[in-house]
Design a protein around this ligand. Structure first.
Ligand SMILES: Cc1cc2nc3c(=O)[nH]c(=O)nc-3n(C[C@H](O)[C@H](O)[C@H](O)COP(=O)(O)O)c2cc1C
Length: 197
C-alpha cells in the first residue's frame, strides 16, 4: 500500500509542472491578431513570474549580428509609475497599471555601435513583450519616449538610466478591464505583389 502511495506521489510531482505550464495559451496567430494597445487596467499587481515570462519573450527577439543591445527596467514601485505618468503626456494609464517595462537601447553594444540598430533591435524586443503580455491574458501598450529629447531625459532622471542608454519606450503592463479591443488593420491596398506597380 505504501509503495503504491509513494508511486502516486512521485508521478504527481512529475505531472505538476506540466499542469502549471498548461495555462490556456492561445496559438501564435490568435495572439498576434488579438494584441491591442490596452489603456484600461484594473489596478491589480502583475505577478513577478509573469513579468519574467514577458522579459524572456522580449529577449528572444532577433537582433542584428545577435548583439542584443538592450536592457529592461522593470518598474513596480507605485511612486515611480506615478512619476513616469507625470512626465509622459500619453501614458496616463500608468496610474492603473501594475507594472511597466522600459525597453532601453544601448548603441555602443549594437552592431557597428549604431544607435539605429540598437533602436531597431529594441523595437523587435518591444513587440515580443506586447505579444507575450497578450498571450498571458495581460494588457500592455507602447508609450512613446524616444525620439522626444525631453521625455528621454525625464525617464533617465526618474530611473537612473545612464546617458549612453536610450529609453525607447515605457510599456505599462496590467490586468485589462476588457474595454480595449483589437483593430482590423488588414488593407489590401498596402500590399504590392511582385513589384510596387
Ligand atoms: C512608436 C509608437 C509610439 C506610441 N506611443 C503611444 C503613446 O505615447 N501613448 C499611447 O496611448 N499609445 C501609443 N502608441 C500605441 C498606438 O497608438 C497604437 O499602437 C495604435 O493606435 C494602433 O492600435 P493597436 O496597438 O491597438 O493596434 C504608440 C505606438 C507606437 C508603435
Amino acid at each position: 500500500m505504501n509503495i503504491i502511495l509513494t508511486v502516486i506521489l512521485f508521478l504527481s510531482t512529475l505531472l505538476l509542472p506540466l499542469t502549471l505550464c498548461a495555462k490556456d495559451i492561445p496559438d501564435a496567430l490568435s495572439i498576434i491578431h488579438n494584441r491591442k494597445s490596452v489603456r484600461h487596467f484594473t489596478g491589480q499587481a502583475v505577478a513577478k513570474e509573469d513579468l519574467e515570462i514577458i522579459l524572456k519573450a522580449g529577449m528572444a527577439a532577433p537582433t542584428a549580428v545577435n548583439k542584443q543591445p538592450w536592457s529592461f527596467v522593470v518598474v513596480t514601485d507605485r511612486k515611480d509609475l506615478d512619476a513616469l505618468a507625470v512626465v509622459l503626456p500619453y501614458a496616463k494609464m500608468l496610474d492603473q497599471a501594475g507594472a511597466a517595462i522600459v525597453v532601453c537601447a544601448i548603441p555602443n553594444q549594437a552592431f557597428n555601435g549604431s544607435a539605429e540598430f540598437a533602436i531597431i533591435d529594441s523595437t523587435c524586443a518591444s513587440e515580443n513583450i506586447l505579444l507575450a503580455a497578450e498571450a498571458l491574458g495581460l494588457g500592455a501598450l507602447w508609450t512613446a519616449v524616444y525620439p522626444d529629447k525631453d521625455r528621454i531625459k525625464a525617464v533617465r532622471d526618474i530611473l537612473n538610466i545612464p546617458q549612453e542608454v536610450i529609453p525607447l519606450n515605457v510599456i505599462p503592463v496590467g490586468h485589462p478591464t476588457g474595454e480595449d479591443k483589437p483593430k482590423d488593420k488588414y488593407k489590401l491596398e498596402n500590399i504590392h505583389w511582385g513589384k510596387w506597380s
